[in-house]
Design a protein around this ligand. Structure first.
Ligand code: ZN
Length: 422
């Protein structure tokens, strides 16, 4: 999820993926890249073949915020909704995406007993909304828990819905909530969002704990014990290094980019990338444009955003209806004052850099769709094959592409599960 507004938020075929999805993928790739004759067409066909042979998983979307809307159905094509919706089952099928982590996102609010209780209730309502949308579409999708579930569900031609929690805020001060979330299906927790919380400091806030707090240490130990992945996206640099010292299991950055290519505190420096590799963890490349490439100045949009910040009291202390309205208006501003988006090529520049610094075994994809994620050439989940095409164009082998699309993340999940069993 983007840091503002803080309010926020196969069919039963025996084949792994339907032939239809392949046709769609080819159509999309042809559309996105001007045809350069036979060579280009051969490359596109090869990319589609590789893409469809991979187990593909996106480690982060904020689509559950849509699930909270009773008019939204995950099983329908929602491409025409405004503000734009970027993930649903038909477009996951078209884009050849087998699985994704759907985020239970809770914007940071007051760190008081009342604030914590409200955050807990919101988290529980979001779990419920995810289950409702999956149940409504049970012939096409299933909740996934363990690392083996995603590939097994994909083999049945269905989409696997994993659950992650974005912001440890709803844990409140009660460690027992972590086990409760694990029982409800959560398999990672992003320790904080764009403000500090009781667990650790955020990349977008002032220093408070100097990294992970005493309570945060207990949270990490409990996550290790239960087999929940620790997600370091959104946390401060000091928090990041603390987590690496504290966690017994490898960690993930569910949606982050390389700071060397886009200087944003949300992104990971080269030193952090090397430390993450030493931890046997993985960074999942985020495709939120302003984390991929510094945006060009857009004063009209900046002032429209500022007006919204004032109107919604800096997105603090809003009730659910106000939060939903603020989120919609925020994305409307984006549509009225469009930003020149970074491109799929820019995204793969980051992947190239991460591979160079951390190694091929430590990078994956975490789009942040429906939380601000979208780049030119990959504006919704139906276009994910374009990332594979660009990787192939740059010389990545099928084996390497498989690692990026899922094997690296599954390796971390397996290790986390194993350590929890031990
Ligand atoms: Zn986020």
């Amino acid at each position: 999820m983007l840091q503002s507004p803080q309010t926020t938020r196969k069919p039963a075929l025996p084949m792994r993926k339907s032939a239809l999805a392949t046709v769609f993928l080819l159509a999309l790739t042809c559309h996105a890249f001007a045809l350069g004759g036979g060579k280009q067409q051969r490359l596109q066909k090869k990319a589609a073949r590789i893409h469809n042979s991979c187990f593909t998983i996106d480690s982060h979307n904020d689509t559950p915020m849509w699930f909270m809307d009773s008019t939204y159905n995950f099983g329908e094509n929602n491409a025409n909704r405004r503000p734009r919706n970027r993930v649903d089952i038909p477009r996951m099928e078209a884009g050849g995406l087998d699985a994704a982590f759907f985020a239970v996102f809770i914007g940071q609010g007051d760190r008081t007993p009342q604030g914590n209780q409200k955050a807990l209730e919101q988290a529980l309502a979001t779990f419920e909304a995810i289950r409702r949308n999956v149940k409504l579409n049970s012939e096409k999708t299933t909740i996934a828990l363990g690392s083996d579930d995603g590939p097994a569900i994909a083999k049945q031609g269905k989409r696997a819905v994993y659950i992650g929690i974005e912001n440890g805020y709803p844990i409140g001060t009660d460690l027992a909530n972590i086990e409760r979330f694990h029982k409800l299906g959560a398999r990672y927790i992003t320790l904080c969002h764009s403000s500090n919380n009781d667990i650790c400091d955020s990349a977008n806030d002032t220093i408070e704990h100097h990294g992970v707090s005493g309570f945060g240490e207990k949270v990490i130990a409990e996550m290790n014990r239960l087999g929940l992945m620790v997600d370091v996206s959104h946390i401060s640099d000091e928090s990041f290094y603390d987590v690496l010292k504290l966690s017994k299991a490898p960690v993930i950055a569910s949606h982050s980019c390389a700071r060397a290519l886009c200087d944003n505190p949300r992104n990971l420096s080269d030193d952090m990338l090397r430390a993450l590799a030493a931890n046997e963890g993985v960074i999942q490349m985020c495709i939120l444009s302003s984390y991929v490439k510094a945006p060009l100045p857009n004063p009209a949009r900046d002032s429209a955003r500022e007006a919204l910040r004032i109107k919604y009291r800096n997105f603090k202390g809003l009730n659910e209806q106000e939060m939903s309205q603020a989120r919609h208006e925020w994305y409307e501003v984006d549509e009225h004052f469009p930003q020149k988006l970074a491109t799929v090529q820019d995204v793969v520049d980051h992947i190239d850099h991460i591979v160079k610094v951390a190694g091929i075994g430590h990078v994956g994809i975490g789009t942040d769709f429906d939380g601000g994620g979208a780049v030119e050439g990959c504006e919704d989940v139906s276009e994910m094959g374009n990332i594979t095409l660009e990787l192939l164009r740059r010389g990545y082998s099928a084996k390497e592409i498989r690692m990026i699309w899922g094997e690296n993340l599954l390796r971390v999940m397996k290790k986390v599960e194993k350590l929890a069993e031990a």
